[in-house]
Ligand binder design. Structure first.
Ligand SMILES: CC(C)(COP(=O)(O)OP(=O)(O)OC[C@H]1O[C@@H](n2cnc3c(N)ncnc32)[C@H](O)[C@@H]1OP(=O)(O)O)[C@@H](O)C(=O)NCCC(=O)NCCS
Length: 430
């Protein structure tokens, strides 16, 4: 990698085949943990990091420096990403999942994030990935790189005594069983794949997520979890088709609470069976859940929708479009018509004028001729397109927010064409 930085900085990578005892593993890991105010990882944490980064085929970029107080040339900024796939409606598209970014406090605001980001996005685009995604510690950082929130999460507290489904709402039959973690660890990836096949916005999990969900790694225990429980759902043929994880937390002081880690099932009727199973566990008054997809179908399925109390909500996955024609071909469109999009993109990937033609839910996006009168025209930022790409925000909301420019007819066509076939349902955190 040639470095675009001046001394003392150098842009480098940490190859995955770096020997385990190379001190750069620990240095890199601490470089991304310390800015997020996390403790230093112990030996077990470092081993898990190495294993799961290797298993996930990660790319570890870093900026190194040397100088007073530094023991030789060491990483001062780290950028940790891997390739995943996301269902965008008509296809599974490749997405660069940016999992962790950190710049040492003593080297911040010198452009290190910018260099790492520009290099990583450019390289991902060259490799053919049409999308990139991350979750943001603060909302003011990533818009400048073309990202915008594409879905959201919410925290809910579910009152187990009041959880009852409306008559006529299907709750899957089959069997619920509390199972040993070992019995599900090989099947978590398959459950995610089934979820992804059915729901747009669903992103493949990272290798580390599978470790956590299956109880093989608990960061606070620095080893396998001794507290995580697994409630599995089996269909009438005895095939596993859903999994909920939970940890009893507050048992001395009512209300007694279990923290739900994940409710994972492709079929919403199976999800409901898992919720009913969780709510039926004796002694638990409240199920507390950071629901990664702020989808409120659970609320609507209940007799008493206030059994679900949302205490906060937040943007979740921030998306970036790197290749507009490929991204458009993979998106499902509820509307139809043609529009000329003049896209502002400071990094250049999607900049310029495009003709988007949509019929039967599918789009073809080609370069528009200059002053092509073929279709009404809007001007839009690449981040605004990202924000509505998965259906988490309606195009009319972006128009109302003043983020799309055009005459009334063009704005109406834009809102119609980009209307979505549903809310994104993404269960992956990164
Ligand atoms: C956020 C962080 C990665 C930024 O790294 P950095 O090397 O200081 O960023 P850069 O110097 O490349 O800044 C790029 C631009 O982003 C802006 N920026 C950086 N951090 C920002 C923040 N927290 N809020 C608002 N703007 C920010 C800079 O002002 C600069 O703006 P400009 O393009 O108008 O000049 C780094 O400060 C950090 O590690 N923070 C703590 C951990 C964290 O939040 N990690 C991100 C996890 S998603």
């Amino acid at each position: 990698m040639t470095s675009p930085l001046n001394e003392p900085y150098r842009l480098e990578s940490l190859p995955l085949d770096t020997p385990d005892d190379d001190p750069r593993w620990a240095q890199f890991l601490d470089t991304i943990r310390s800015p997020l105010l996390a403790a230093r990882a112990g030996d077990a944490g470092q081993r898990v990091f190495r294993d799961h980064r290797r298993a996930g085929g990660a790319r570890l970029r870093m900026v190194t420096a040397e100088g007073p107080g530094l023991e030789g040339r060491v990483p001062v900024a780290g950028f940790n990403s891997s390739d995943r796939v996301v269902n965008t409606g008509t296809a599974e598209l490749g997405v660069l999942a940016i999992e962790t970014i950190g710049v040492r406090a003593s080297h911040r605001r010198r452009g290190l994030l910018t260099v790492l980001m520009v290099e990583a996005l450019g390289e991902a685009r060259e490799r053919g990935l049409p999308l990139a995604a991350l979750s943001a510690s603060e909302a003011g950082i990533y818009g400048r790189f073309g990202f915008a929130p594409a879905d959201s999460w919410r925290h809910i507290d579910v009152d187990t005594r009041r959880l009852a489904f409306r008559p006529g709402v299907e709750v899957a039959g089959g069997t619920l069983e509390l199972v040993a973690p070992n019995s599900v660890k090989e099947q978590v990836a398959g459950l995610f794949a089934a979820h992804r096949a059915r729901h747009h916005g669903s992103v493949a999990p990272g290798h580390g997520d599978v470790l956590v969900i299956s109880g093989q790694w608990d960061a606070s225990a620095q080893g396998p979890s001794s507290t995580l429980r697994h409630l599995a759902h089996f269909d009438d043929d005895g095939t596993l088709d859903g999994l909920a994880t939970f940890t009893p937390r507050q048992l001395d002081d009512p209300p007694m609470t279990a923290e739900v880690g994940m409710v994972l099932a492709a079929d919403p009727a199976v999800e409901r069976a898992l919720w009913r199973g969780l709510a039926s566990i004796d002694l638990i008054d409240v199920l507390s859940y950071d629901q990664p997809n702020a989808d409120d179908s659970l609320d609507w399925s209940l007799v008493d929708r206030r059994a679900v109390r949302m205490t906060r909500s937040h943007d979740h996955m921030w998306l970036r479009i790197l290749d507009l024609p490929t991204a458009a071909a993979g998106r499902s469109f509820a509307g139809a018509g043609s529009i000329t999009l003049t896209v502002d993109d400071k990094l250049g990937f999607c900049a310029g004028s495009w003709l988007l033609e949509v019929a039967d839910g599918r789009a073809v996006c080609t370069r528009a001729e200059p002053d092509d009168p073929a279709a009404p025209e809007v001007r839009v930022g690449v981040d605004t397109l990202a924000g509505l790409w998965l259906g988490g925000t309606a195009p009319s909301t972006m128009v109302d927010a003043g983020r799309v420019a055009g005459d009334d007819e063009a704005l109406a066509v834009f809102s119609t064409i980009f209307s979505s076939t549903g809310q994104p349902r993404n269960l992956s955190w990164f």
